[in-house]
Design a protein around this ligand. Structure first.
Ligand code: PRP
Ligand code: ZN
Length: 299
């Protein structure tokens, strides 16, 4: 099939979002083969191809319609939006869905021995970042005058190199800060991964695949925490048991032949089922408890 009929999605080549992005696409049913150092891979069972690029390039690739879709952090999206606004232009990619991974924050961090009290301690200081527009907005909103030192990477070593006094960078686990003797002092922006799309209208067949993909993504997000729970219980204990099942809709109740008053209860729980819940269910009269992962869900 030609490019006309195949969807193209841009994802981060190597970084925090890469594995999760590929995992999401695989859970949506995509089979692909990825060669080493390959820039693009072709979907084998869906008309969907994956392009591996630097995350900062994803908004442009999508708004210039080189790719139909992009999976990228809100941090990159917001910086792009503000950078374009500063030039009097408007971002043309469309945000279609926030995703349940890649959570992190853009934060200001200072060297361990930096005398930080509150935001005013940043006044007159040099702040190194790869997010100059988001940082500028934050400083403006807080009436802080500081110098922004725009770097293209390795922000965490800027203070040691004497290029800046403090930094403003993404923090996810915090291990990068720790390794560089930096201490987080305030959050500038909360971020997670999101799906963006081209501003150009898609031909019917492609639009249809985008819709299907969104339904599948929704299903993937729903089953993440969901569990299928099965147990036996005396019918009289049902009201109590129904109350204990975390986030479930009305459970299925099946009579058990030759067990008198006993029934089997099956339910989908939309939240994780912990040992404490199982113990409480047992105390309420349940037995033969079984908790299974849910693989797919389509309401
Ligand atoms: C970010 C950031 C830090 C790291 C922080 O990089 O620049 O290096 O993640 O994560 P941690 O708190 O878990 O140590 P990212 O993966 O976004 O790559 P990029 O900035 O090169 O695009
Ligand atoms: Zn990046």
């Amino acid at each position: 099939m030609e490019r006309q009929q195949r969807l193209r999605i841009a994802i981060q080549k190597s970084g925090r979002l890469t594995d999760h992005s590929l995992d999401l696409l695989a859970r949506c049913g995509l089979k692909y083969s990825r060669g080493k150092d390959q820039l693009m891979c072709y979907g084998e069972n869906m008309p969907l191809d994956v392009l591996f690029v630097r995350d900062d390039d994803i908004p442009d690739l999508v708004q210039e319609d080189v790719c139909d879709l992009g999976l990228v952090g809100l941090n990159v999206i917001e910086e792009k939006r503000l950078a374009m606004a500063a030039r009097g232009a408007q971002a043309r990619f469309e945000l279609i869905q926030r995703l349940d991974f890649g959570r992190c924050r853009l934060a200001i961090a200072v060297p361990d021995d930096f005398p930080y009290r509150d935001l005013s301690s940043l006044a007159g200081r040099r702040i190194a970042t790869t997010y100059p527009h988001v940082l500028a907005r934050f400083l403006r909103e807080n009436s802080i005058e500081a110098e922004i030192v725009t770097l293209s990477g390795a922000v965490e070593i800027a203070p040691r190199l004497g290029r800046a006094d403090v930094i403003c960078d993404l923090v996810s686990t915090g291990s990068t800060l720790l390794a560089n003797h930096l201490r987080e002092v305030t959050t500038v922006l909360q971020s997670e991964a999101a799906l963006i799309r081209t501003p150009v209208p898609l031909p019917d067949e492609k639009a249809d695949w985008v819709r299907r993909l969104l339904v599948r993504i929704d299903g993937v997000q729903q089953v993440k925490e969901s569990k299928y729970i099965m147990l036996h219980a005396p019918r009289s204990a049902l009201p109590q048991i129904a109350k204990l099942l975390p986030g479930s809709e009305s459970p299925t109740v099946i009579p058990l032949d030759g067990h008198g008053d006993k029934v089997a209860v099956h339910a989908v729980c939309r939240e994780n089922v912990f040992w404490e819940t199982l113990e409480a269910l047992k105390a309420a009269g349940a037995s033969a408890l079984l908790v299974l992962p849910v693989e797919k869900m389509l309401p």
